[in-house]
Unconditional design. Sequence first.
Length: 763
Amino acid sequence: MLQAAAGNAGGDFYPYTIENSCRFNAGDSPYLYRTLSASISTWTLSFWIKRGVITSSSYQYLWSCTAGGSVDGFSIASTAGSTPDGIYVFNNSGGTIQYTDGVQRDPSAFMHIVLSVNSNTVTVYKNNVVIGSGLSLNTLDTTTNAFTIGAYRSTGTRAFFTDGYMAEVAFIDGSALTPSSFGRAKNGIWIPKNLSGLTFGTDGFWLDFADSSNLGNDVSGNGNDLASTGLAANDQVPDTPTNTYPTMNVVESGSNMTYSNGNLSAVHSASSSWRTVKSTLALPTTGKFYWEGTFTNEAQYLIGVMKADINVARGTTNAPFSNPEYEGLAYYSNNGDILHNASSQGYGGATWSSGDVMGVAIDLDAQTITFYKNNSSQGAFDYSSIYSADTVLCPAFSLYRSGTVLDVDFGQLGFTYTPPTDHLALTTTNIPEPTIGPNSSIKPSNVFGVETYTGNGTAKGSGGNPIDLGVDMTSGDYMVAIKNRDAADEWMVFDTVRGDNKYLEFSSEDAEVTDTETCEFTSTGVTLGSNVAVNTNAEDYVLYWFKVTAGFFDIVSTEGTGVARTVAHSLGVIPNFIVGKAYDIGYEWVVYCSSLPVPDPETDFLRFGTNAAVDNNTLWNDTAPTSSVYSIGTDIWVNKNGSNFIYYLFADVEGFCKNFYYEGNGNVDGSFCNLGFLPDFLFIKRTDSTGSWCVYDTERSPYNETNAQLILQSTNAETTHADEIDINSNGVKQRSPDNPVNASGGDYIGIAIGVTQKYSNAR
């Protein structure tokens, strides 16, 4: 087997890199185990895990151990009456299931879990966030083969096996440690540390999975090796927290697909209906990449690339993609042709069938894709004429009949054939740095932030409420939006272009108001006065801020003329989302959005209300914006003669900011939008019917489900909606049938800002 060449983009981000993980395929009944030498009540278990199969009504035990004659355990489970896919601690002697906060159903990246036990009292951490505390376990005793990684053990038998990838497993005997012993924060990302300096204790061990012939090899120096069952040499893979490989994305593939082998194998179980699955990792917009796929037991299937964030209704008989060729940018059919929008592209490649290894080589700079049949090139296909530059692509595979088996390899298993020259495996190490990212010259925290704070009610004359945002807002231009989470106050909007203490309201058409007890920009952030909408004593608030940055965000102030014209901006790229209003008169906020599901979004507009999108050529003058100007028509909402207007402009930034569209399905297993990054902030709006502007962020919802919702056009306090959405390491998953976010057949747009999938942790 052959490995694709590796790049080094981002290799300097991790001072310590993890080279291997161990793949636990639940169907193989895999686990590691050893006997303890003495009973212990204080200890720590740390590991990184990327989830595999996520199914309903099943347990997946990450660890178990005999304790006082019973079995205690620690599991991810999805069972009737329990928290879906929640982590729990199981104290068997008391029959107690102790749930932690949040759900764990993001299979696209690794998360770090620490189980810290001090005198049998347990604290559970995920990515350095406490998700459970004050839980209880029993003293671990010395029953033979008691300590098990990856399964539940009872009286010599194992069950409820882990499915996924585990890396850097460390057991500390005699100390209850915090996550800082195993990792640290760097530019907003939780990253691993070298464990060689730890004291592991008598029964402690450290598994780095470097020896494929002995996956239970202890490298702590203690020699406490674990025996293994159901694991083979090929379960050692280079898919790790510091270099993550894609797998098939189980959260968007729909029903009738059964996954295994770390989501690298799938079986189709529906009769004569298409099922399509994409990779968890989206392709960047530049570079050369290669992957392989093999289909067996079938004679009708497709392989290629499709739009990463395209979604259609799911959950019906022929869902998710009843005609997958409609959604594929370039699909190579087993009849030897390439399909795009259901039409032949005249490729003239060889036919292929069950068992053939199909290679896909894409050159994103030349905009060509070459398919290989058993290492024989079928020729390069130029897709530039059917490709839009703002399209994010994803590897994709489609199966048609029951019994079809699909096996994919993105390089983590070792390719069957040598990739073409300069083509890399699609991994987080090999995708380029974004212009705004944790390891870029411009960090996300330099240009955008979400801050929660508690009001103190203090007037500015008495010191006010200084909010340290870590940026100098007296240097450069900024916009700040504030909402009281506890009370029905207006959304307060400030910017440095209009000046200190001058506010507009997203939730109102009112003209600008000046109030010295609102918001003053400072060298460390803002100072707030006693106005109740920004600083009521003991009430909780959220603050969003954006810095004017070339390629991302701009603020434009202009005076209306009543004559259709262009307005200059400084983005240097085409804006994808524009919102503005007259600030000296009571007119509505109006919105341009490039992701509206129409051929010409410049002919439509939205308002900060519940209204659907409206076709009107007098707003944006039926002219799409350019990299230097945007157009406004004669409508008084955008260009009233003599009125002053403020506009906020956002541009798509690969791996950081994205306008997106999806179609709802009214199902708890809703659409998934692969954005190529973890959204720290987003809002969603239905455009074909009435619907609210729903606002979410990871500060108010630090783990999934993401259910703390604010409404942009409303003064309402924050509400909580059960199973609303999941924010994953690579995008957004709809988990609710609610009309505001996922009505069947509804058209939705959104804008998201966050952290590139190159570094993001699983949520």
